[in-house]
Design a protein around this ligand. Structure first.
Ligand code: FES
Length: 108
C-alpha cells in the first residue's frame, strides 16, 4: 500500500520495449490488478510456487500481497537480483517492471 493509500501506477516493459500502464490498488497483487485492467500476463499457480510470473523490478518497490507461510522457502518480493513474483506482491509506490513472459491485452 502506498503511504497515501492510493493506487500505484504499474508500468510493464517488454524486451522489445513495448510498454503498458495500469493502476494497482493497495493490497492487490500486481497480477490481479493487471487482470482487472484486461491484461493477460504469463501466470500459473498464482501462489508463488511456479515462477511463471517472475519479473524484474526496474524502479519502485513491492511488498508481499499476503502473509508468508512460516514454511515459505522464498520471499516473492525479493528473489534476488531484482526479481519478484507478480502474483504475490503489491507495489508500495509507482513501479516499472519487466515480466519474463509475454502479455496481451484482452480488450481494445
Ligand atoms: S503464477 Fe506461479 S509463481 Fe506467480
Amino acid at each position: 500500500m502506498t503511504a497515501s493509500g492510493r493506487s500505484s501506477k504499474v508500468t510493464l516493459i517488454s524486451d522489445s520495449q513495448d510498454s503498458v500502464c495500469f493502476a494497482c490498488p493497495p493490497g492487490i497483487s500486481i497480477l490481479r490488478a493487471a487482470k482487472n485492467a484486461a491484461l493477460e500476463l504469463s501466470a500459473g499457480c498464482m501462489q508463488g510456487r511456479c515462477y511463471t510470473c517472475r519479473s524484474t523490478l526496474l524502479k519502485g518497490s513491492v511488498v508481499n500481497s499476503r502473509p508468508l507461510s512460516r514454511y515459505a522457502m522464498i520471499d516473492p518480493a525479493n528473489l534476488g537480483n531484482g526479481k519478484v513474483l507478480l502474483c504475490s506482491v503489491t507495489p508500495t509506490n509507482d513501479i516499472i517492471v519487466v515480466p519474463e513472459g509475454p502479455w496481451e491485452t484482452k480488450r481494445t
